[in-house]
Design a binder for this molecule. Sequence first.
Ligand code: GAL
Ligand code: CA
Length: 259
Amino acid sequence: MQSLQLSVFLMLGMFIIIATSSPNPQSSTEKDNTCSMVACGAAGANGLPGRDGRDGREGPKGEKGDLGLQGSRGLQGPPGKAGPAGPAGLKGDKGSMGTKGEKGSSEDNGMQLAVRLMNEQLRTLQDNFNKFKKIFIFSIGKEVGRKIFVTNGLEYDYETASRMCSRAGGLVASPKNADENLALQEIVSKHDKRSFLGITDLHTEGTFKYSTGGTITYSNWHSNEPNNDKGNEDCVELNTDGKWNDTSCTNKKLLICEF
Ligand code: GAL
Ligand code: CA
């Protein structure tokens, strides 16, 4: 009997220690019940754990975090705009010779043949022309530089001589230098006839000009000439010695034209 009382007493003491040291808070009602249970009978077994409490309110925003690690390299972007043209480079070396072209068409061959024939004809024409020119100059003319002097061996007054040369597409011969004067001298010497020159002072007495206009730039006057003998010498004749004399335009002299 004493041991039973002691056991009850010990159990009661332990229950009190557990009840007062329990971390779960209890309402005053539960305390009262417990107290009443303690007061009214033996302690029961522990109840089941309570339900989870409801979620609390959202807390305040946290502090800004530290800078993160550098990310991986992105994809390559689109090409940029073309830049300004650079300075011209040095001239390159000559390229190697190309391959031989394809054989031409029959049309090309025909054209080449026509060109070759025309070239041959042109060469023949040139040869014949040069031969004719030599014969022509040997018989009736002289070539000096780009000029050709020609005579028909006949004599005319100045007006007629001028007209005849113009009709033929030339002018009455007018030596502009010693070489041309010498060529004309050879013609008059050959024909042993003095010729008119295309030089007069018909416009202004004493001022000799070319038939095309312009004061003469070359002369080969005989001594004491021009003298306008009898006041009637406005044309110029070339003597066989190559010297010049003013003479009447109505005289008849060897016709020599220049082309
Ligand atoms: C000639 C001359 C003429 C006239 C004449 C006078 O030699 O050509 O222009 O000067 O002499 O006699
Ligand atoms: Ca004279």
